[in-house]
Design a protein around this ligand. Structure first.
Ligand SMILES: [Zn+2]
Length: 315
């Protein structure tokens, strides 16, 4: 499969472009969502744009510094960052994750901003955080989840000129097509069946979480990933085959689709859940999640964030 993107199109920079900004709490499937939206033939998945502020030259996770797309993007040049990406890729809809540090570039008169807030059951966040970054208490993990949720919600509200859409990770997991269609309708974008398989996205991405990126790379015949570690400015190449075969196998078994596990149902003890309820149960309830250990983890109501204000002040 080709690793080239559409040739540069000068007209793209002269027209209005749309930037879909995924405002994601950690461990909510934001890379997966980004790639699904980017799998539309007219869209481009940029990835974690905020990472660029630490990189001298944008480093594509799949191609490294030699990427045919990102090597042509200059951060800090006179040309607006998003207009550059649109010009180089020839795409008028860009998908980014958490672009807080480039908000000045986003307020360009020819950029239409669409913010999507993706939320998840806080117990799922706590279990994923325990699994990936062990060593903290349940209370500390819960505080991080609470802070991230509150900050992203207010950041979305304070951007008064953007389109907004709130999405629950569990809804997207259970019925991707329905919720992708709703999201596209909110933003006046067209739905395309390619979006139902995230590996249809072009293989260029800044940052990104393991599983979906491994699948994307393998689908496009690539075997090395280039991640820029915290505190470094140059990427460290890593072979997928040597370091991530077990992770890849887990995804491959599901024909390239993400396997979603509710780790918290297995990992969190009654004592963990008690501590979570004390530190963040009120917010979880406000977001529509049931307070008990139920197998059905779908949010129970939309009262929380659709059309009504939520008070996120500390309890
Ligand atoms: Zn690339």
């Amino acid at each position: 499969m080709s690793t080239q993107t559409t040739p540069s199109n000068g007209d793209a920079s002269a027209r209005t472009i749309t930037v879909v900004n995924i405002m994601a709490v950690s461990y909510t499937g934001s890379t997966w969502l980004n790639l699904m939206l980017g799998a539309h033939p007219d869209h481009f998945s940029c990835g974690e744009i905020d990472s660029l502020r630490k990189q001298r030259q944008p480093t594509c996770t799949l191609h490294g510094p030699e990427c045919p797309v990102w090597s042509r993007i200059k951060v800090g040049s006179d040309e607006n960052l998003f207009m550059q990406i649109a010009r180089v890729t020839g795409k008028r809809v860009l998908i980014v994750n958490n672009s807080r540090h480039f908000r000045a570039d986003l307020r360009h008169p020819r950029i239409r901003r669409c913010n999507v807030l993706i939320l998840r059951d806080g117990r799922g966040f706590v279990a994923s955080a325990m699994n990936k970054r062990p060593g903290q208490s349940i209370r500390q993990y819960t505080q991080v989840w609470r802070r991230q949720t509150r900050n992203r919600y207010f950041r979305m509200l304070l951007d008064r000129e953007c389109r907004r859409h709130v999405l629950h990770y569990e809804d997207l997991r259970d019925d991707p097509e329905k919720h992708l269609r709703e999201l596209c309708t909110s933003f006046d974008l067209s739905f395309h069946p390619n979006m139902l398989r995230f590996s249809n996205a072009q293989p260029h991405f800044i940052g990104g979480s393991g599983g979906p990126i491994y699948v994307l790379a393998r689908t496009h015949g690539l075997s090395t990933l280039y991640y820029v570690k915290d505190g470094e400015t140059e990427p460290t190449p890593g072979s997928i085959d040597q370091t991530t075969s077990s992770v890849y196998a887990r995804y491959k078994d599901n024909h390239g689709e993400v396997i979603h596990e509710e780790l918290w149902l297995k990992m969190l003890t009654d004592e963990h859940l008690h501590q979570f309820r004390r530190a963040g149960g009120w917010l979880n309830w406000l977001l529509g999640y049931p307070p008990t250990m139920e197998r059905d983890t779908r949010p129970r109501s939309r009262r929380s964030l659709r059309g009504k204000a939520v008070n996120f002040s500390e309890h």
